[in-house]
Design a protein around this ligand. Structure first.
Ligand code: FCB
Length: 443
């Protein structure tokens, strides 16, 4: 009997993303994505890694789904690579690319695993970047057409959909800071990119309703608990500004119809206007919010800092990503999001990035640190559900070690170890533990 039991029907799974695990990025007529281009640009990725092969999941998906079944997963969150389906972003579709997801979904269903599909986990067709990328407002229509194509093809079997994974990350890190693809450093472009993504999201949701009437659709956000360094009013205000930017930039327009005022104060005219037509497009009912939670940010008021909020680094436990391990932040966010937006929630990612993991003499990988990380966060998720938060599921990041964006292969997040030389898969200790959690529906 678990001590902390989750509600009936709670969905336990793991998550991955197309570019991070599939490999074979140009196979069967696929077009290049911006991540393919970026990773092949010298100096962008740790050690010059690319995801040309990564876990070779594109060719080994059957073996992977069999492993998921062995681990007892009830759900699997994956993403579709847009340039496999529309190599040029729009126009002619590529049925060979689509067929991969068709087979994957059938394989999952045959294994009794619920698929959760993300339409965009950052691998934009390069051809669309060549037309200006996300700052170009035309991309909203192209995305909606691509989404419609996917709903049409998979909507009979896939009932859980996510439009975007972490729009804050791909717009701000991609167009603002330039540390992600496409590597642009222009805050105005990042804000425009965000606006296009919001419109694209809304248009896709609209098409979804008629094509998959019995399905559910939402968006996944990167969230950090934004906490004040002290309980002075100034620091609290700083944490609220920080939260407006990191956590609310996208959800406020979707649920409430406009950007948070703190964003207007910070960015002024760089932030696109929310006209009536855009508001109507963006503010459509969604069925759930997906939260990706890894860490917190502690800030103090400082008028010279970005957003007037200076991050603090505190002593504590950190993962190899240099992200502080702070499980209570997950509880805090689940409570806040549910109280503020009133929508069902999924934890669509949560996990620990570690370095230097390798099999011991007996071949086992005893990732006790990851196991503890997951356990402490699941405990906090339980606390939130027991206080009435409508949390529907938990997707651990990640099913398998994979290409961690600009960190390349240096960091491992998997419950399953991937030997990139041999492509052998070995479930870690955390996988065996997670299997038990799923079986017991709790801890
Ligand atoms: C999230 C991404 C995911 C993975 C984890 C560690 O921001 O959505 O692809 O890289 O971080």
């Amino acid at each position: 009997m678990p001590v902390l039991e989750f509600p009936d029907g709670f969905l336990w799974g793991t998550a991955t993303a197309s570019y991070q695990i599939e490999g074979s990025p140009l196979a069967d007529g696929a077009g290049p994505s911006i991540w393919h281009t970026f990773a092949h640009t010298p100096g962008t990725i740790h050690d010059g890694d690319t995801a040309d092969v990564t876990c070779d999941h594109y060719r080994r998906y059957r073996e992977d789904v069999a492993l998921m079944r062995e681990l007892g997963l009830q759900a699997y969150r994956f993403s579709v690579a847009w340039p496999r389906v529309f190599p040029a972003g729009y126009g002619d579709s590529n049925s060979a690319g689509l067929a991969f997801y068709d087979r994957l979904v059938d394989e999952l269903l045959a294994a009794g695993i619920t698929p959760m599909a993300t339409l965009y986990h950052w691998d934009l067709p390069q051809a669309l970047e060549d037309e200006g990328g996300w700052p170009n407002s035309d991309l909203a229509c192209h995305f909606a057409d691509y989404a419609e194509h996917m709903f049409d093809a998979l909507g009979d079997r896939v009932k859980l959909w996510i439009t975007f994974n972490e729009p804050w990350v791909f717009t701000y890190l991609g167009y603002g800071l330039g540390v992600h693809a496409p590597g642009t450093t222009d805050m105005g472009a990042a804000l425009k990119a965000g606006h296009t993504a919001l419109r694209a999201h809304g248009m896709a949701v609209e098409r979804f309703r008629s094509l998959v009437p019995d399905g559910e659709i939402g968006i996944t956000l990167s969230v950090q608990a934004q906490l004040p360094a002290s309980d002075t009013d100034e620091d609290r205000q700083a944490a609220m500004r920080s939260s407006a930017f990191y956590n609310e930039w996208f959800i406020e327009p979707i649920v409430c119809g406009d950007y948070p005022p703190a964003l207007r104060d910070q960015f002024g005219e760089l932030l696109p206007e929310m006209g009536e037509a855009d508001r109507a497009t963006i503010q459509r009912p969604i069925d759930f919010i997906g939260l990706n939670y890894y860490t917190r940010l502690l800030v103090e008021n400082d008028e010279n800092a970005f957003l007037g909020a200076r991050p603090w680094r505190v002593p504590g436990h950190y993962t190899a990503m240099d992200w502080e391990i702070y499980p209570a932040g997950l509880y805090h966010l689940l409570k806040t999001f549910y109280a503020t937006y009133g929508l069902p929630l999924y934890i669509t990612e949560n996990g620990a990035g570690l370095e230097g993991e390798k099999p011991g003499a007996d071949g086992a990988i005893d990732d006790v640190q990851r196991l503890r990380y997951l356990q402490s966060h699941i405990e906090m998720a339980h606390r939130a559900t027991s206080e009435g938060v409508d949390l529907r599921g938990y997707m651990a990041w990640s099913f398998i070690d994979n290409f961690e964006w600009s960190f390349g292969f240096a960091k491992r997040f998997g419950l399953v170890y991937c030997d990139y030389e041999t492509q052998a898969r070995t479930p870690k200790l955390s996988a065996a533990w997670y299997r038990r959690v799923i079986k017991d529906n709790g801890i």
